[in-house]
Every structure is written in structure tokens, then in C-alpha cells.
Design a protein. Structure first.
Length: 442
């Protein structure tokens, strides 16, 4: 495969990075996190969220050093391969692929449930598949078009969440929020960690488009930090206000907690409730689109480095997008829709994320020692404390996820073991990963 066929366009600016970063995650404000109430209660989940917010703040500031030092589409796979060799690269690549590929069907389920809430005649599964087809089609048009779409839809989603908080805020009662607020005690806080991670998971997907960013050393930190601050404020605001308007248990096991909450405040037949449920699709679509961008670049990078079939690294001649990876990722997501449930997909996606966080932070420490002369346009602040805190909290989170989801953990690590056996049997562990071409198509 020629260099020209594996080169991506540099067209992304800081505002696009903010939109992609927020868009990747913002669906987590709309659904998924509320399952944490079911295991921890409102206060227990709030404590879990504060711990995970600390994890992500320290992780993103540390991860940005890696992204700006090695701005390649492989993201964590590339950093870990450079620091720990082919086996480490495989583990990080597998974990990242699981994270992004399984986050999308979870969002597809939520999209289907939102539409079903609006129009009960629409099937949940069928609606999810339609969104896969539409958004994959948009991404086939090119990264510039996809990034512009992400910007528009993310702005609408952020505005909607601000409007939501304005509507439910006056009905907030501390007595509702504090009622049976920690039914499982501190063990509930531990069990709720994966659902708190769902509020931020996939923000590191900004790294997957690093090769397509103009002036990455300056613009990637701007994108990461602004996205993280936006998401932290929205997450705490939405969660606290929603927990104070009614009995939180009624909202703890559904895929559309925000329309249901507005229905409690204004009445389910209110026109505003229906309108909100309709525009609530914006946040879910923003994440769906952003994650499609990320998983296609991850598959592209793994294929370009010989970890997956080379055909996945093919770029369309005119648009310069990894069209085979886009289509393959969509097909895998549709398969997951048939095989999994929302909460199971959330747990598996988060498990992949946490494993990747662990290997990324270990890689940061190794590269600081192994390559002291590596150009680092952005250095992790408070080193080694920030990456150290992120590493410890990621390990604690992984222990919690495995302990409370043993069958899903068995599935995840069995898949990793199979990938390792095949990788070693093919002798790939002895091959260096090809370095991405430095010349970019403008």
C-alpha cells in the first residue's frame, strides 16, 4: 500500500476538537449514568462521579502530553507500542477498539428508545440500525464535513442541556435528592464507578484524529481541556438537578431519564416535553457521530500497522477517509445491537476504556525515562502526581468493574487472550510497527 493511500488530511481546528471531544461524550449526560443510581443512590453516585472526575482531569492533562508528542491516528495503540512494544500495543489497541465499537451500539439503543418514547410505533432496534446507516454515510463524505456536522450538533446538544437544567432547576428539592441517598453504603460507591465513567468515556477519542489536526502541538491541548471542563460542569449539573425533582428510583433503569424527568415537571402530555424528547436526539447523535470518527481511525491505524487486515487501512481516493474501516465498524456495531443490552454494552465499553487508561499512563512513565529527548509540546502538569493519580484510580475502577461484572469481564479478557494467541502465532510480536507517513495531504 502506497504512502499516499495511508495519509490523512489536516483540516481540524480547535473548535472542531472541542466539538468532537464534547460530542464524543455528551450522550453520557442523556442516559447510562442513571444506572449508577440503581447501585449507589443519588449521593453515592455523586461521590463516585467526583472520584471519576478527578480521574479524568488528571488523565486528560497527562494524556495530552502523549497526544501532542506522538500525533498519530492510532492514539493509545501508537503510544503503548512505542513504550512497551508490540504486545503492549496489541493490548491497548484491543481495549480501545472495544471501548469505541461497543459505545456506539449502546447509544444506538438509547436513540431507538428516545424515538420509541416519541412514537411508540417505531421499533427500537430498527431505529438504531437506521442511525448507523445515516451517520456512517455522513462520515464517508470526509472528515471536514463530519467535523462540521459534529460542531453543529454538539452546540445544539449543549444548549439543550442548559435549557433542561433551567426547566427542572426550580422544581429541585434537596429532600428528594437526599432520600435514601446511599442505600448500599460505600460499597455502592465502588459499584457505581463504571457508570460514573460513562459520563466522560471516549473523550480521549480526540487522539484518534490527531493526524488531521492543524498545528497539533497547540490545538490539541485547547481541544482536550475545553471539552473536559464543559463536560464536568454539565455532568454534575444534570445529575444533581435530576435527582431532586422526584423519586430518583423511577429514573434509575431507563434509557431516557431526561425526557421522563421533564415529563414529571411539566406533564408527559406537555408540548415542551415532546419537543425536548425530540431535540434530545441531538446529544445522542453528537456522540454517535464522534465515536464513529474515532473507531474508524482506530481500525485504520491498527490495520496500517499490520494488526488487522490491511484492507481496513484503505482510504477513499477523493475524500481521504478510511471507508472500509467505517463500514466494518458499522457492521460490528449492528451485530452488537442484536447480541447485547444497553447496560452490558456500557460496562464492556468502560472496561475497555479503563484498561487503555492504565496502559497509556504506564506508557507515559516509560517514555519519560526511555525517550527523555522526545519533543513534548505539552507536558503533563504536576508530574508524576497527575499521571500517578490517574493510574491508581484507573486500576481501582478496573477492580470495581471486574468484581461486580464477572461474566462480562470473562468475555472481555477471553477476547483479549484470543487476540494475543493469534497475534503471537502469526509472529506479529516480532515485527516493528510501521511509522505513519509524515507528509500530509492538504
Amino acid at each position: 500500500m502506497s504512502a499516499q493511500e495511508t495519509v490523512l488530511k489536516k483540516v481540524i481546528r480547535p473548535i472542531h476538537l472541542w466539538a468532537i471531544g464534547v460530542g464524543l461524550v455528551i450522550s453520557g449526560e442523556y442516559f447510562g449514568w442513571n444506572y449508577g443510581w440503581g447501585v449507589a443512590g443519588t449521593m453515592g453516585f455523586l461521590l463516585a462521579t467526583l472520584v471519576i472526575t478527578l480521574l479524568y482531569i488528571t488523565f486528560i492533562f497527562s494524556f495530552t502530553e502523549l497526544t501532542t508528542s506522538i500525533p498519530q491516528a492510532g492514539g493509545p495503540f501508537t503510544y503503548t507500542h512505542r513504550a512497551m512494544g508490540p504486545i503492549g500495543g496489541l493490548i491497548a489497541g484491543y481495549a480501545t477498539a472495544v471501548e469505541f465499537l461497543l459505545a456506539t451500539p449502546a447509544i444506538a439503543f438509547a436513540l431507538g428508545n428516545y424515538l420509541h418514547f416519541l412514537h411508540p410505533s417505531l421499533p427500537v432496534l430498527g431505529s438504531g440500525i437506521v442511525f448507523y446507516v445515516l451517520l456512517t454515510g455522513i462520515n464517508l463524505l470526509g472528515i471536514k464535513e463530519s467535523a462540521l456536522f459534529s460542531l453543529i450538533i454538539t452546540l445544539l446538544a449543549v444548549v439543550e442541556l442548559l435549557i433542561y437544567m433551567g426547566i427542572v432547576g426550580p422544581s429541585f428539592k434537596a429532600s428528594n435528592f437526599m432520600h435514601n441517598a446511599m442505600p448500599a453504603g460505600w460499597l455502592g460507591v465502588f459499584a457505581a464507578l463504571p457508570f460514573a465513567i460513562w459520563l466522560y468515556v471516549c473523550i480521549e477519542g480526540i487522539a484518534m484524529v490527531a493526524e488531521e489536526v492543524k498545528d497539533p502541538s497547540r490545538n490539541i491541548p485547547k481541544g482536550y481541556i475545553s471539552a473536559m471542563l464543559t463536560l464536568a460542569l454539565l455532568a454534575v449539573g444534570v445529575m444533581v438537578l435530576t435527582g431532586g425533582i422526584t423519586d430518583w428510583k423511577a429514573l434509575s433503569d431507563i434509557d431516557y431519564p431526561l425526557p421522563e424527568a421533564i415529563g414529571v415537571v411539566l406533564g408527559k402530555q406537555s408540548g415542551i416535553t415532546k419537543i425536548f424528547a425530540g431535540i434530545g436526539l441531538f446529544g445522542l447523535i453528537a456522540s454517535f457521530n464522534g465515536i464513529i470518527i474515532s473507531y474508524s481511525r482506530q481500525l485504520f491505524a491498527l490495520a496500517r500497522s499490520g494488526y488487522l487486515p490491511g484492507v481496513l487501512a484503505a482510504l477513499s481516493p477523493k475524500r481521504q477517509v478510511p471507508y472500509v474501516a467505517l463500514i466494518a465498524g458499522g457492521l460490528l456495531g449492528v451485530l452488537a445491537l442484536y447480541l447485547g443490552k444497553t447496560d452490558q454494552l456500557v460496562i464492556l465499553s468502560v472496561m475497555g476504556a479503563v484498561v487503555m487508561y492504565i496502559f497509556s499512563m504506564i506508557s507515559l512513565f516509560i517514555l519519560r525515562r526511555k525517550e527523555p529527548g522526545l519533543e513534548r509540546p505539552f507536558k503533563a502538569p504536576f508530574y508524576p502526581w497527575f499521571p500517578g493519580i490517574a493510574l491508581v484510580l484507573s486500576i481501582v475502577s478496573l477492580i470495581a468493574i471486574v468484581y461486580y461484572n464477572q461474566l462480562l469481564a470473562l468475555l472481555f479478557f477471553s477476547g483479549l487472550l484470543i487476540a494475543l494467541v493469534v497475534f503471537i502465532a502469526m509472529g506479529k510480536h516480532r515485527e516493528p510497527a510501521p511509522v505513519a507517513q509524515q507528509k500530509m495531504v492538504l
